[in-house]
Design a protein around this ligand. Structure first.
Ligand code: BGC
Length: 774
């Protein structure tokens, strides 16, 4: 008997054996209906559940961490005893096959395992960090990166990623801003849905079951990005209005796109930690949004209900987690160790455990693991897809698209190729680990290109590269300044690669000040001065290449550096993509997905704020501003330049008056007025001029990246659906109110043209009040 058929024979005795291991019904394969709602998957899960002991059920809710190609001896024993439902952080076709073999041949019920990993921006081929990918404003590109990442990761035995992270972040001190799409709910929503489709192989979960599609996880639910003071894991203090207007949309978009799993967040909101919130995981997620998939805890977060002071021990923490609706216990052992006692004592209904187990069994069924538990562990595919040329090519395109040109006075960029020498200065110029970014899965730093490697590849041997580190990244040491200054004086051009190392953003990597760390600002200013003072210095190109996982405050550089490129962390192809832009093989067209403040003290600063009763006015002292700083940002949301220029004209609507509930089409003409082909991200914003509640001064409602030839004019058209005009009223109903709106189009959130739109008719209710927070 084939190994897996043993499973069939055990369960064949049950009355529901007919449902075993059948392929997904047609309705779930070929139509828009989500397999997550499949009745067949439910019946199958029920049939297995009937055979399970309480211990086996709790085993299915237990997710244990491994490390690459190993797990501990204890965990191996736990696996054999049926006490493990999933491993995270193990991968490799052979290793996952070995563990799967134990699960499906040596455990009593032979239920296959799920293998999960944080495939955040690539698995082995590393794509740009999500913040950089958001800067492309190209959701099709983000979807493609996720698709390619899934193809590579699944070939290594993985079938579940803890991505996309869609937490809106208005505070760049928070290190995890690098993992999301920035500050804007619209951009966050579009990127969220795109990444879910990419990982899961299509919309609405219909791709799940294919050997190259993986379960996506939308995280961290909810509002993890609103940590007070930008300090990771910190308390979140939010109004219900801001929660629903700003933070909820990207999570909801993932659910609408069919995301199979949701991860609860470490934080509390209004006194209730997410892992204990049946309001969040029940009323909102399951009831309001109709989510049918699986909820996983964050790492150790069930036991953290104890330090949150809502549980007086692990037993109570587990009960709270189950009651709230957390199905899977990541790395905590709380369910597997403590919930049998609680259930036997009647402190937690077995029905709750059953419901969690059903969610787990359903996704295992949907992936087709009961038919072929080894489908993801395929050494042939692993070899074929690891760092496949197509993946590297896609990573390079994505990397180029994420680069944002912040400044380019006197056409400093692109650089000429016939330079005799380039001074390459800065601690990050040859730091391949930083090229990779903050969450590089199985990426190998040795496979990532640095700016040094990129420039070498672009120029060959006729240009001399004079390298000088200048200063370390984050300690104040100026002993390398002299060498850096002399390199800058000597060379024909200067490229300064400065910013943050990759480990200075990401989890638990918040910074109290978002200035350039260490002595790098002074290094840059010294180098710029030295270049200027050298022979031919007034025309010597000096380019600052920033690498960082968050906005940095760089007012002095913005004033004195001739050219600045924001390159974030672009992954395996970082250096090659930067060189493409430095020498003009690619014309940068990315835009900032987050506001760049002038100083840390301006935080929070974001474009879609409310007006206040006293909006800033330099002529009036008693208005909302600072004594010691302008109120405006250094670079606004949506900002980014190009080697060419664009002009906007003829913004118009299909109708200047619509009724509540109607759509309207907006068109604007964009012309490439320069002499190079280039990309422009055409942005569409709206404002509700007078409403029953105070609305943001501007909200992004559309963005389209277009490529225009020199002299070409394109009419870019957006359809604004009714929801584009909706708001949460005072009763938190989603409504469209009649009134005047302003429609803006332009090149960034600050530089726009506008037309008015009149909305007539009665107030229209699109959705009832949000469930009251409790
Ligand atoms: C992070 C999650 C991640 C998990 C597993 C946690 O510490 O908050 O985002 O998915 O670890 O690695």
């Amino acid at each position: 008997m084939r190994k897996f058929e043993q499973f069939r024979s055990i369960v064949a005795a049950s009355a529901t054996a007919a449902f075993l291991a059948l392929p997904l019904p047609l309705d779930a394969q070929g139509t828009r209906e989500s397999p997550l709602s499949s009745a067949r998957a439910s019946q199958f899960a029920d049939s297995v559940l009937r055979l399970m002991t309480l211990e086996e059920k709790l085993g299915q809710l237990n997710q244990l961490p491994g490390g690459g190609q190993q797990i501990s001896a204890n965990d191996r024993q736990a696996l054999r005893a049926g006490r493990v439902g999933s491993f995270l952080n193990v991968f490799g076709a052979d290793f996952t096959r070995e563990l799967q073999r134990i699960a499906v041949t040596e455990t009593r019920l032979k239920i296959p395992l799920l293998f999960a990993h944080d495939v955040i921006h690539g698995f082995r081929t590393i794509f740009p960090v999500p913040l950089a990918e958001a800067a492309s404003f190209d959701s099709a590109r983000a979807e493609f990166s996720a698709r390619q990442s899934a193809i590579e990761a699944t070939a290594h035995g993985l079938m579940w990623t803890f991505a996309p992270m869609v937490d809106i972040a208005r505070d760049p001190r928070w290190g995890r801003i690098v993992e999301g799409a920035g500050e804007d709910p619209y951009l966050g929503t579009v990127m969220s849905a795109a990444r879910v489709r990419g990982f899961q192989g299509g919309d609405n979960a219909v791709g799940l079951g294919a050997p190259d599609a993986m379960l996506a996880t939308v995280k961290h639910f909810a509002a993890y990005g609103a940590a007070e003071g930008g300090r990771d894991y910190n308390t979140v203090e939010l109004s219900e209005r801001t929660l629903w207007e700003t933070y909820m949309p990207p999570y909801e978009a993932a659910i609408r796109a069919g995301v199979a799993t949701v991860m609860a967040s470490f934080n509390e909101i209004g006194g209730t930690p997410s892992h204990a919130s049946d309001w969040l995981l029940g009323d909102v997620l399951r009831k309001r949004w109709g989510f049918n998939g699986l909820v996983v805890s964050d790492w150790g977060a069930i036991s953290e209900l104890v330090p949150h002071h809502v549980a007086d021990g692990l037993g109570e923490a587990g009960i709270l987690g189950l009651r709230a609706g957390v199905d899977f216990d990541m790395s905590d052992h709380v369910y597997v160790d403590s919930m049998a006692v609680a259930a036997n004592a009647g402190r937690v209904p077995v029905a709750l455990i059953d419901s969690a187990v059903k969610h787990v069994l359903r996704v295992k069924y949907l992936l087709g693991l009961f038919t072929d538990p080894y489908k993801f562990s395929d050494a042939g595919r692993e070899k074929l897809y690891t760092l496949a040329p197509g993946h590297l090519g896609a990573a390079r395109v994505a990397a180029r698209e994420g680069i944002v040109l912040l400044k380019n006075s006197n056409k400093t960029l692109p650089l000429r190729r016939d330079l005799r020498s380039i001074a390459l200065i800065g601690p990050l110029a040859n730091d391949s680990a930083s090229s990779m970014g903050s969450w590089a899965a199985d990426g190998h730093a040795s496979e990532a290109s640095t700016v040094l490697a990129g420039i070498r590849a672009a120029l060959g041997s006729s240009t001399r590269i004079i390298s000088a580190r200048g200063a370390p990244v984050d300690t104040v040491d100026t002993t390398g300044f002299a060498q850096a200054r002399s390199a800058a004086s000597e060379a024909d051009a200067v490229v300064l690669v400065i910013g943050e190392r990759a480990d200075m953003s990401g989890e638990a990597s918040s910074r109290a000040s978002i200035e350039l760390p260490g002595a790098q600002r002074d290094l840059a200013l010294a180098v710029i001065r030295a270049a200027r003072a050298s022979p031919g210095g007034d025309t010597k190109p000096v380019v600052v290449v920033l690498m960082n996982g968050r906005p940095l405050t760089i007012p002095e550089l913005a004033a004195s550096a001739p050219a600045i490129l924001e390159t974030w962390f672009l992954g395996t192809e970082h250096g090659l993509a930067v060189a493409d832009v430095l020498f003009g093989d690619y014309n940068p067209g990315g835009k900032l997905p987050v506001t760049f403040p002038r100083a840390t003290g301006q935080i929070p600063i974001y474009y879609n704020h409310r007006n206040t009763g006293r909006p800033a006015d330099s002529a009036n002292h008693y208005t909302s501003k600072y004594l010691d700083l302008p109120w405006t940002p250094l670079f606004p949301f949506g900002y980014g330049l190009s080697y060419t220029t664009f002009a906007y004209s003829n913004l118009r609507l299909s109708s200047s008056t619509i009724r509540t509930g109607d759509s309207v089409t907006v068109s604007v003409e964009v012309r490439n007025t320069g002499d190079r082909t280039g990309d422009e991200v055409v942005q569409l914003y709206t404002r509700d001029n007078v409403a029953s509640v105070e609305e943001p001064i501007k909200e992004l409602k559309g963005a389209r990246r277009v490529t225009l030839q020199p002299g070409e004019t394109r009419t870019v058209t957006f359809k604004l659906d009714p929801d584009a005009f909706a708001l949460y009223d005072r009763d938190m109903r989603r409504v469209i109110e009649p009134g005047t709106f302003t429609i803006f189009a332009g090149t960034n959130s600050d530089d726009v043209t506008s037309v008015p739109l009149q909305v007539t008719g009665d107030t229209l209710v699109l959705a009832p009040s949000t469930p009251r927070m409790r």
